[in-house]
Design a protein around this ligand. Structure first.
Ligand SMILES: [Zn+2]
Length: 130
């Protein structure tokens, strides 16, 4: 999905959230946060507007860790701590809408870092010694 489509989808999400969650859709911080959050995950590609501002593509593959729930929580939490509740909610709504509309998902990256833990269920077979 292109950046403009992510922004349009986030505008719809902010509208729905304003009706269901009591968020003020006219708050400039919600709108700015939603705008930034809707394109922030694509900082992992050099072809996006955000990738030109924040070159995360130097570190991450496209649609990998920047497209995870962990990254969404981290970015919205940092925005909340630095700029207040409305910015944090805006970033979270925009980021979350981007992740939902950007499919197909890679579940391993989407659930990062939960997927770092590999459960060992296999037991080693004894080596035949003939
Ligand atoms: Zn994306």
């Amino acid at each position: 999905m292109k950046g403009k489509a992510h922004i349009a989808a986030t505008a719809i999400t902010v509208g729905i959230a304003s009706q269901t969650m009591g968020i003020d859709p006219t708050s400039p911080l919600v709108l700015i946060g939603g705008l930034i959050g809707s394109i922030l995950p694509d900082a992992d590609t050099r072809h996006s507007y955000m990738g030109k501002m924040i070159p995360a593509w130097l570190i991450f593959k496209h649609r990998s860790y920047t497209h995870s729930l962990f990254a969404m929580g981290l970015c919205s939490g940092l925005a909340w701590a630095m700029f207040g509740r409305d910015m944090g909610i805006g970033i979270g709504l925009g980021y979350g809408t981007h992740l939902l509309t950007d499919g197909p998902w890679r579940l391993r990256q989407f659930l990062f870092p939960l997927t770092l833990y590999k459960r060992k269920t296999r037991t080693k077979k004894p080596v035949a010694n003939h």
